[in-house]
Design a protein around this ligand. Structure first.
Ligand code: SF4
Length: 171
């Protein structure tokens, strides 16, 4: 139990795979309006854009940004899933794979031309979306992500994980 609040804060993880992090930027922009509210109910346990010292243990909500492009990504994502109650895919590449997975649609000749790069970086034969690898509880599409849908997903998860906060907003 957190000593500053009468309830256990919701533990948040934010993880980035193959992505240029537009969704991370939108997340931090949302803090202009939501920081006071979120710092009261969220424990930003592993959010590298916010702090240097992060804790990688258990999460109530893990947000995952970017496509899954290597076996290491697959293993890491499965590990995150295993330690998270809810997992949310954020942004186009996490939700649909595209545009990061564009090489999946290449012709055989194009694939042959880039094979040396796939080999050099130890990449998967085909780039995957998050739900190809693990179960996903919510998806927020768009790039950058649709912030209205993000807030809707976050609020729904807060209501599910901590119904007492909705029942008594004074908490
Ligand atoms: S297009 Fe894909 S890689 Fe680029 S920022 Fe959006 S989700 Fe990330």
């Amino acid at each position: 139990m957190n000593t500053e609040t009468p309830f256990e804060k919701i533990k948040i993880g934010w993880f980035v795979f193959s992505c240029s992090e537009d969704n991370t930027i939108m997340f931090t922009e949302l803090m202009n309006d939501h920081w006071q509210e979120w710092k009261r109910i969220f424990d930003f346990r592993h959010v590298k854009v916010l702090k240097k010292n992060n804790i990688y243990d258990a999460f109530d909500i893990a947000f995952v940004e970017g496509a899954i492009a290597s076996p290491e990504h697959e293993e890491k994502l499965k590990d995150i899933r295993g330690r998270s109650t809810k997992l949310v895919a954020v942004g186009a590449c996490a939700v649909t794979g595209m545009p990061a997975s564009q090489r999946n649609t290449f012709t055989p000749e194009q694939k042959e031309a880039i094979q040396f790069l796939v080999d050099r970086f130890g990449a998967l034969p085909e780039v995957k979306k998050v739900s190809d690898v693990v179960a996903v509880d919510a998806s927020v599409p768009g790039c950058p992500m649709n912030t209205d849908m993000f807030l809707k997903a976050v609020n729904a998860l807060v209501a599910e994980l901590r119904p007492e906060l909705v029942a008594d907003p004074a908490h």
